[in-house]
Design a protein around this ligand. Sequence first.
Ligand SMILES: C[S@@+](CC[C@H](N)C(=O)[O-])C[C@H]1O[C@@H](n2cnc3c(N)ncnc32)[C@H](O)[C@@H]1O
Ligand code: SF4
Ligand code: SF4
Length: 352
Amino acid sequence: MRAIYWNLTDRCNLRCKHCYLQDILASPSEPLSHELNTQDCLKIVNQFEEAKVFFVTVLGGEPFCRPDIMVILRHLGKKKFWTKITTNGTLIDENTARDLADAGIRGLFVSLEGPSAEVNDIIRGKGSFEKTIKGISYLQDFDIPFNIQMTIFKVNYEKIEEMADFCSRIGAERVVFESFNDFPSKDQVSSFLSLGREDTLAAAQKTTELMAEYPEGFISTDLDSVLGFLSPEPDPAAKDKTFVRCDLGLTQLGILSNGDVIPCIYMRDKVLGNLMETHLSEIPNTPEVQKIKDLRNITVDEANEECSLCKWRYVCGGGCRGRAYLKYGNLLSPDPQRCLLVKKRTSQVNQG
Ligand SMILES: C[S@@+](CC[C@H](N)C(=O)[O-])C[C@H]1O[C@@H](n2cnc3c(N)ncnc32)[C@H](O)[C@@H]1O
Ligand code: SF4
Ligand code: SF4
């Protein structure tokens, strides 16, 4: 197992409008009986070492809501994992920054949804931009490198260029533009966040153009996966029949705050085992993981009827399994967000 996404806590001090965890988040002070204690988290870090994990991404909820976060990060640092921490940055104060510097933590990814409070706070809540920038200033005081992560919505996709410039000016190492995964929660009005087909393609095109303008590696994005949909017709040279085009079931796993192991952070109910009962190195050998691995033997021609009739299938590959699973509860279903990219075209069905 190479990469772990560790959801260390379900607590968060913000309630961002796009958050896929919105319906389960608890307030920072709320006691959560299912969350593992410090000692159990340290045992899990030891399991990472035994299972030969290489990359650990710490997220949540908000990781800095855990009072013991530095104990866990220090242990991760001692074991020399390549550790990335995704944070909203608002809880980073001088002491936290000093502790992070002492622990030699370098992989901080701070989420911001725009280059100004006007844009960011629509999504992350009033006052959050100022608090995040303050958190970043403490990182700067201690020379801790930081990256910025922005999710792309209807309300901010026209700010991509401004955001790249802003991130460069504040000294970020890199800016990552991520697609919004539209998983409607109880209160979410997705039409206000979701990009339509034209906007998605415009955002992908703009990001790609900017990547060429900035130093290599400064901008990265997953939006490039939709570039194949820019042409009016699918490229006849596209012949890729692969149905699963990510690491699902192969080299990465997610871990929830109670120690449950899941195949992908978007498949929270697909539990493969719990690390308090089953060692991480045994999980890849379980029948459930084998079933997920077996998805790789299926082509986009065979997975489901809709994809098999879709003329874009060799460009698309059926899209994201997490989005398909969340929408339809079936790992073999089409990805609804990908289908939106072809929906308005004259015919989605293969003519030939
Ligand atoms: C769930 S948060 C946890 C870490 C931390 N609280 C933060 O906001 O960075 C991790 C990342 O997921 C992103 N995210 C949340 N909901 C999303 C969604 N529906 N689609 C795409 N990204 C999402 C957040 O913007 C953030 O960059
Ligand atoms: S700060 Fe992170 S975990 Fe909290 S609501 Fe926002 S995206 Fe979700
Ligand atoms: S666009 Fe939709 S139907 Fe077509 S291949 Fe992709 S997921 Fe399947």
